[in-house]
Design a protein around this ligand. Structure first.
Ligand SMILES: [Zn+2]
Length: 175
């Protein structure tokens, strides 16, 4: 794709205004429309940053590297709180890898917000990975609806480790 001359965008890493380089066609699966799988397609510009080279600018509807829109990922996370990974995989037509990626990004978002976090109501769920005994523990912020932590196993120690990683103020805020 050709880039119009003189177009400038911000580098997604450092925010420096940089000249446009070209653009790439990208696709994201979005929420279904009338039961039909819905794919968003857009030409996303790339910039040539002095420091970071040629990089794709970030889009407001999806995270870098994800093939799903943020709204679609939020729906998957909601379903993972209610159903097993196998059920979500089957009903939403998603691979284990895709679900894992969505979960990892949710955890990362939770971690990056962690310092300013103050949750009053948390939810703890377990969900089975595959049919066997590979359980994970999911802690979520009930009000914000965000995932705070995904830990291996469903043991007391898993939850305890997370709880102990919180600041004192954060612990006190939990009702
Ligand atoms: Zn940069």
């Amino acid at each position: 794709m050709e880039q119009e001359e003189g177009v400038q965008h911000c580098c997604p890493t450092c925010g420096e205004v940089s000249p446009g380089y070209d653009s790439r066609k990208r696709k994201w699966r979005h929420l279904d429309t009338c039961q039909y799988k819905t794919i968003l397609v857009a030409d996303v510009p790339r910039v040539k940053c002095k420091e970071h080279g040629v990089v794709t600018v970030s889009v407001p509807w999806a995270e870098p590297g994800s093939g799903f829109t943020a709204m679609f990922e939020a729906l998957v996370i909601d379903w993972l709180k209610e159903a097993s990974t196998a059920a979500v995989s089957r009903l939403m037509g998603l691979s284990w890898n895709a679900i894992d990626g969505i979960m990892q990004r949710a955890v990362k978002r939770g971690l990056s917000r962690r310092e300013e976090l103050s949750m009053t109501q948390i939810g703890v769920d377990e969900t089975a990975f595959k049919k066997r005994h590979d359980y994970v523990t999911i802690v979520s912020d009930q009000e914000a609806g965000t995932v705070l932590f995904v830990g291996e196993d469903r043991k007391k120690a898993t939850l305890k480790a997370w709880y102990e990683s919180l600041t004192e103020a954060q612990r006190e805020a939990i009702e």
